[in-house]
Ligand binder design. Structure first.
Ligand SMILES: Nc1ncnc2c1ncn2[C@@H]1O[C@H](COP(=O)(O)OP(=O)(O)OP(=O)(O)O)[C@@H](O)[C@H]1O
Length: 176
């Protein structure tokens, strides 16, 4: 039984996943696992895709590499995809959303253009990550949070804080 929850923080690139994870990791001592970094550093890939300019993720290697860490709980899994992680690992799925005009400006500021920009914008507008989460996990563990402004981050963190406290309380009761 985990005494700390495992939380997926997902959403289109640029919506604010890392910004939320950094605060949650700092305030709750949760482990921020950036899957992009894990894939690169632990070589959980089958090479580099030159067209997409990204690693070709080997999902089996990725899951093998995370299994031990996740078993103990307390992980924040930060990635733009969520349905690869087994249901049994996950206690909460946070789907971060962003207004499309704001997201456009953020991605342009990062240097995205052409097809890459278009594909990410389409993904956000079409709610691709939300649909993926809804297909893969129980509806009651999925939370959709807006991240357009700094105030949104503050109120989202407050909401997640409350959820974590309640989760720990419920699980302490269950373990008694
Ligand atoms: N709610 C917000 N208000 C203002 N700026 C924000 C907000 N959320 C994120 N940002 C800014 O948008 C940019 C992208 O944020 P961040 O890196 O957290 O996104 P991400 O979803 O983790 O992206 P990726 O998937 O590419 O890692 C950063 O410059 C960050 O400061």
């Amino acid at each position: 039984m985990r005494t700390n929850p495992n939380i997926i923080v997902t959403g289109t690139p640029g919506v604010g996943k890392s910004s939320h994870c950094e605060v949650l990791a700092r305030d709750h001592g949760l482990r921020h696992i950036s899957i992009n970094e894990v894939v690169k550093e632990r070589e959980c890939h089958a090479g580099w895709d030159d067209e997409l300019k990204s690693w070709i993720v080997d999902e089996d290697k990725l899951l093998d590499s995370l299994e031990e860490e996740v078993k103990d709980g307390g992980c924040l899994i930060d990635w733009h995809a969520c349905d690869v992680f087994p249901k049994s690992w996950i206690d909460l799925v946070i789907v971060i959303r962003c207004n499309s005009t704001i997201l456009y400006d953020r991605l342009v500021a990062r240097g995205y253009s052409g097809q890459k920009l278009e594909e990410n914008m389409d993904a956000e507008i079409m709610e691709v990550l939300l649909a993926e989460a809804r297909e893969a996990y129980d509806q009651e563990i999925i939370v959709e949070l807006q991240s357009d402004t700094a105030d949104d981050i503050d109120s989202n963190i407050e909401r997640i804080d409350t959820w974590i406290v309640n989760w720990k309380k419920d699980h302490a009761d269950a373990n008694d």
